[in-house]
Design a protein around this ligand. Structure first.
Ligand SMILES: [Zn+2]
Length: 312
């Protein structure tokens, strides 16, 4: 190797080192200047009676052959909402299966970008998984409160034991009871889907800004006009996108303490079992009441009274 060759080689090596250093520094600068994506977390609670196509209890019960088709519609409605949310910039979506056994949504058929809370029992039931790290809450497939008509499969938590539930004097559907759990964590409910009567109750209780999207119009308790499927799926996607894009206009649903619960059962024996619980008073043969300073404590006591009544 000659001296000239060594010089050329030396200059070449220095140039190569300079290029590598430059590349590393550009890369490092790039890392520093790229802004971190702000988390936009959405919680979805999915019930079954308000899913498109569902008009009868047999479709919501695992024992019936009709159930398999209804759970397919359930995941389709949910996926349409999910695609709108991700298009609007959602960074994380948690879906909580909220009907019956809470094992209705087939996990592998859910949009793979979302996570799924499946199974029961869960301490917060239909609202398990929510906390103050979420920016928005959505109810999919919800139904009207017990005693509504015309409304598909109207009931409140348990059709077998509950006649009505009042909290601070308001006769509550599940959307109100659960909406207040979201509100407890400062999370606004931005969208709800179900039949037309459920949508009406949702706007009345959770506020007129709520995007309430009917997927069917109830004719009676077990009959409905289901809107055209393709349009429903497109509307669910578009609605979710629009609601999440205008997040600032929604306020959390918050009731004021003390929380006064009044639970009306179908039969007097269903009320009697709840009298074993300290702090629970009997207002009438079928009516129990109690008061709490903490909403979640009240919600859990409500669930306990329903469990006791179900076993009586
Ligand atoms: Zn249900």
């Amino acid at each position: 190797m000659s001296i000239g060759q060594k010089n050329i080689l030396g200059t070449g090596l220095i140039s190569l080192l300079l290029i590598i250093c430059l590349a590393i520094s550009v890369q490092a600068q790039g890392k520093i200047t790229t802004p971190a994506k702000k988390p936009l977390k959405v919680f979805i609670s999915v019930d079954m009676e308000g899913i498109w196509g569902v008009v009868h209890g047999n479709q919501c019960s695992a024992e019936s052959p009709e159930y398999q088709l209804a759970r397919k519609w359930m995941v389709e409605d949910t996926n349409a909402v999910l695609s709108g949310l991700f298009e609007a910039g959602a960074t994380e979506v948690v879906v909580n299966d909220s009907h019956g056994s809470m094992r209705n949504i087939i996990a592998s058929e859910l949009d793979p970008r979302a996570s799924l809370i499946s199974g029961s029992p869960k301490p917060l039931s239909m609202m398990e998984g929510i906390d103050s790290s979420f920016q928005a809450c959505i109810f999919v497939g919800y139904h009207a409160r017990a005693g509504s008509a015309p409304a598909i499969l109207d009931h409140t938590i348990s059709g077998a034991v509950i006649y009505s539930i009042k909290i601070n004097g308001i006769e509550m559907p599940e959307l109100g009871i659960n909406g207040a759990i979201a509100g407890y964590h400062q999370v606004p409910v931005i969208m709800l889907t179900g039949d037309n009567e459920t949508c009406r109750q949702a706007k009345e209780i959770l506020g007129s800004d709520l995007l309430a999207l009917p997927v069917k119009e109830a004719v009676g308790r077990f009959a409905a006009r289901n809107f055209p499927r393709e349009k429903v799926l497109a509307d669910l996607k578009e609605g979710a996108k629009r609601a999440l894009s205008s997040l600032e206009k929604f306020k959390p649903y918050q009731l004021k303490p003390p929380y006064q619960f009044e639970v009306n059962f179908h039969n007097s024996n269903q009320a009697e079992s709840g009298l074993l619980v300290p702090g629970v008073k009997r207002m009438a043969p079928r009516t129990l009441s109690f008061s709490t300073q903490d909403y979640l404590e009240g919600f859990k006591l409500l669930r306990a009274l329903i469990s006791l009544a179900s076993g009586s």
